[in-house]
Design a protein around this ligand. Structure first.
Ligand SMILES: Cc1cc2nc3c(=O)[nH]c(=O)nc-3n(C[C@H](O)[C@H](O)[C@H](O)COP(=O)(O)OP(=O)(O)OC[C@H]3O[C@@H](n4cnc5c(N)ncnc54)[C@H](O)[C@@H]3O)c2cc1C
Length: 233
């Protein structure tokens, strides 16, 4: 994808990172009357973790009931399923099969089914060994039982962030690629160990409280070594 959009120093929102999350935020915000910029350190949208995941479109059947994760994964499954069908993101509803290979795994099945139902997911069911062998003829010997989750699927991890970013750019969001944003940590923690940990994790600078606005502005203006900027991408 190439960088596009109206270039202007005046921005209402700047989103750092054009992975699936940043691109989705950019798409959502571009529906409003906002001057929006999406910045990405890498050479393209979705070039980080988003392009290299397992591609599972989860139902959230096994999330801990009542948690934010359970609610969001379920809602995400609904939203992404309908969005993918609308814009042509490849999805394959292949289902998931959980195989028990010993007594302990078999004994866990009722709890997994109960958890799925508590999450509002009713389609999970036990699969007999004959059906399992028919469905998965290349499975090794020794399976003790299986559960099937028909609505789990795979979704193209490349197309998803690209679709979000394309819609955002078409709606006027500016996209800047190869634009690493320096990471300045502002913290009340001041131990050497903490500073070293964060600098080693990729921070460009570390500022401890108390500090004045002039120092903060000077740190933001300070030039960054190119090697560290490249490391971010
Ligand atoms: C091995 C693995 C398997 C997974 N499998 C699945 C799965 O099957 N299903 C599923 O739903 N989820 C899965 N996930 C999780 C999923 O991939 C992540 O939750 C998702 O990709 C996170 O998206 P993101 O946009 O937050 O991060 P990223 O895709 O990492 O995007 C962040 C972007 O920010 C950019 N960036 C970082 N720092 C800066 C900076 N300073 N300036 C400018 N840009 C910057 C990076 O270059 C990157 O492109 C998996 C994760 C892993 C690691």
């Amino acid at each position: 994808m190439s960088a596009a959009g109206a270039r202007s120093p005046e921005r209402d929102v700047v989103i750092v990172g054009a992975g699936v999350v940043g691109a989705a935020i950019a798409r959502e915000l571009s529906r409003f009357d906002l001057r929006c910029t999406l910045l990405e350190a890498g050479p393209d949208v979705g070039a980080g973790t988003s392009k290299a995941n397992t591609a599972l479109l989860h139902t959230g059947f096994d999330a801990k009931p009542g948690t934010l994760e359970a609610r969001l994964v379920r809602r995400g499954h609904e939203l992404l399923s309908s969005y993918a069908a609308r814009v042509g993101i490849p999805v394959a509803r292949i289902g998931a099969v959980l195989v028990a290979w010993d007594d302990e795994q078999l004994a866990a099945f009722p709890g997994i089914v109960e958890r799925a139902r508590a999450n509002g997911y009713e389609a999970i069911r036990e699969m007999g060994l004959d059906e399992l062998r028919q469905r998965e003829p290349h499975l090794g010997p020794g399976a003790r039982g299986a559960l099937v989750v028909p609505d789990e699927g795979i979704v193209c991890p490349f197309t998803t962030p690209l679709a979000y970013a394309t819609e955002a750019v078409l709606a006027g969001c500016e996209l800047r690629l190869r634009t690493p944003v320096p990471i300045l940590v502002v913290s009340a923690r001041h131990s050497e160990q903490e500073k070293v940990r964060l600098l080693d994790a990729g921070a460009d600078d570390f500022l401890t409280k108390p500090f004045g606005p002039a120092e903060l502005a000077a740190r933001v203006r300070a030039p960054r070594p190119a090697a560290r900027r490249r490391a971010v991408s």
